[in-house]
Design a binder for this molecule. Structure first.
Ligand code: MRU
Length: 368
């Protein structure tokens, strides 16, 4: 029964084009919370069975949490890093922002080195550097306000993109998503998952499929759990079932997020995204990338220039802590891949929708 229709409210067969999305219902998970003097992270290594928070009281604890995937997802690691700078500033005595900047550089470098592929991390740190360089004696307050602004802007961008992206999807469509791009990966609502939430709320999306996302299982452990919290009916599929699913006509759109979008539209996202794009083109299924402009890197010309994070091969040796692979086996574990812009039908950002992205279309949208 792969063609399960959504059973959860609010879909009642009517189109809801007045954009009245009930955010209280569709957006209540928060992965990052600033307590006033520490950063509280929802521990994504333990979901869905254990809902536990980790408290980070200094910037190195934030860096360790980003590296360990306690907090993950491109926008979320940028936001966490920004709060990491605020924590690094505690106890520091400096007369103005420029003096503080010099003292904070080592902590910022450690935050920046935690994960290489998602540009949101470097982007958020660059924003923190920028406001600090111009700040006076109130530089600590300026830093905290900037970290909060980065988070607030991300949430607003996601809500906007949700409506823009959903508008591209014809009523009655099925969608397939990959990895976790939801509230858990952002300040809230999500990027690709925001489009799916909005599409369900508007009655456009009739079927949601989520790939498991081996090896870390972001889809299986996080995405279907997150959708379940909203009462959105989603069907989990093995990553290797995607082409079969498309051939069956069950999905009309693949909707994914991004970790870095280059100046020519090439897009790095979770490993497995590229093969979905190839399969989608073969089957006439449309392919949508949803990401805030903080994920756009006009300074990187094309996807071959993106550093792809390699993680511990041990992630491939078992499931849920149980070893499934014989001892002495080698494994290769790149955790992102690059989808060429030519395989993407639409990039949805808060600044607008780019159809058939290429260098000219990207330049028109983002300058540079
Ligand atoms: O390794 P992860 O879990 O941080 O990878 C996350 C992804 O690849 C997401 O698709 C991407 O960051 C977009 S999240 C809105």
């Amino acid at each position: 029964r792969v063609f399960r229709r959504l059973t959860a409210a609010p879909y009642n067969g009517a189109m809801n084009d007045n954009h009245a999305i009930d955010y209280a219902r569709y957006d209540h998970i928060r992965p990052i919370r600033w307590t006033g003097d520490a950063l509280e992270l929802l521990d994504q290594r333990k979901l869905p069975f254990v809902v536990e928070h980790v408290l980070c009281s200094d910037s190195d604890a934030v860096a360790a949490a980003i590296h360990a995937l306690t907090v993950r997802g491109a926008p979320a690691i940028g936001i966490a890093a920004a709060w990491g700078v605020v924590l690094a500033a505690r106890g520091l005595d400096a007369g103005d922002g420029a003096a503080a900047l010099q003292a904070l550089e080592p902590a910022m470098a450690r935050l920046n080195a935690t994960r290489p592929t998602a540009v949101n991390l470097a982007w958020a740190l660059a924003r923190m550097r920028g406001v600090l360089a111009a700040a006076g004696s109130d530089w600590k307050q300026v830093l905290a306000l900037e970290a909060q602004a980065i988070a607030d802007e991300d949430l607003a961008a996601n809500r906007h993109m949700g409506e823009r992206g959903a508008g591209l999807i014809a009523p009655g469509s099925g969608v397939l998503t990959h990895c976790n791009t939801g509230s858990l990966a952002t300040a809230g609502f999500g990027t690709a998952l925001g489009v799916i939430r909005a599409g369900v709320a508007q009655g456009r999306i009739a079927r949601v499929f989520a790939g498991e996302t081996r090896p870390w299982l972001q889809g299986a452990r996080l995405t279907v759990w997150e959708l379940q919290q909203d009462g959105i009916d989603a069907t989990l599929v093995a990553d290797s079932a995607a082409s079969h699913l498309m051939k069956a006509g069950a999905v009309q759109w693949v909707v994914v997020g991004a970790d870095r979008i280059c100046a020519n539209g090439d897009t790095a996202n979770k490993i497995g995204t590229y093969q979905l794009a190839i399969a989608a083109r073969h089957h006439g299924v449309k392919f949508m990338v949803v990401a805030p402009s903080s994920t756009v890197d006009m300074g990187t010309a094309h996807g071959d220039a993106i550093e792809i994070e390699q993680r511990d091969p041990g992630e491939l040796f078992g499931v849920g802590g149980v070893r499934t692979v014989a001892e002495g086996i080698q494994a290769w574990n790149p955790v992102f891949d690059v989808t060429p812009g030519s395989l993407i039908d639409a990039i949805v950002t808060e600044k607008g929708v780019i159809l058939d992205p290429d260098a000219a279309a990207m330049r028109a949208a983002f300058g540079g």
